[in-house]
Write a protein of this length. Structure first.
Length: 219
């Protein structure tokens, strides 16, 4: 994937499809509930967002925050969306603005999934929350030790804070440090906090959207 290009759940599903068509048993591991739900429940074929709509949404999110866009969503989408996730709110608003239909309506027209739950052994691994928080912090420290700053420095010429790929947890914080706006310790702490908040949102997703999956509590 070239720097600056977006990568979506649709891209991921297209890469996974050939693996599922092969003779080998496939083990898919990840922590992103949206991708796993799309794999096992299907993904709505929503037209791409026009650049002018994305620009309008980015401007509104930067100046107004998510609340006004949330208030403009049709009732079905507003009832279903993660109200604590600004990126999800913006995406739903963009779909409604660009297509004239709510995201919920598109989702209800979803095609058959690549891997129905009936053909899989779906597991949700549930670790101790304090243990997970420590692991998250340790992982980001290790990323810094192994060159994360250099990796972010290489994308500075392409950096666009409004782009989807620029919202990767840790990237905005490290960019702020490299531009002299934030000390490295503050950037690290902010990125670790954002990662822990993301893990909390994922736990909510697992509970609400993946109820048919078998939960395995880790010792």
């Amino acid at each position: 994937m070239a720097p600056g290009n977006d990568y979506s759940v649709g891209h991921w599903l297209r890469e996974v499809a050939p693996l599922l068509a092969g003779p080998e048993r496939v083990i898919i591991v990840g922590g992103t509930g949206l991708y796993l739900t799309a794999l096992t429940e299907g993904l709505a074929e929503i037209p791409p967002t026009p650049p002018e709509v994305r620009a309008e949404a980015d401007r509104r999110m930067a100046t107004e925050g998510p609340a006004p866009m949330l208030a403009e969503l049709e009732a079905g989408t507003a009832a279903r969306i993660d109200r604590l996730n600004p990126a999800r709110i913006q995406r739903a608003w963009e779909v409604q603005r660009a297509t004239g239909r709510g995201l919920a309506a598109w989702q209800d027209d979803t095609a058959a999934p690549l891997l129905p739950l009936s053909r899989a052994q779906p597991l949700v691994l549930v670790p101790d929350r304090d243990w997970l928080a420590r692991r998250i912090d340790t992982r980001f420290d290790r990323m810094l030790q192994e060159g994360a700053l250099d990796e972010v420095r290489r994308v500075l010429p392409y950096w666009d804070p409004a782009a989807l790929w620029a919202r990767a947890i840790g990237a905005p914080e490290l960019v702020s440090h490299l531009r002299g706006d934030m000390a490295i310790d503050a950037a690290r702490d902010a990125a670790q906090a954002a990662s822990r908040q993301y893990a909390k949102r994922q736990r909510t997703w697992f509970r609400s959207r993946m109820k048919e999956w078998r939960c395995v509590t880790l010792p």
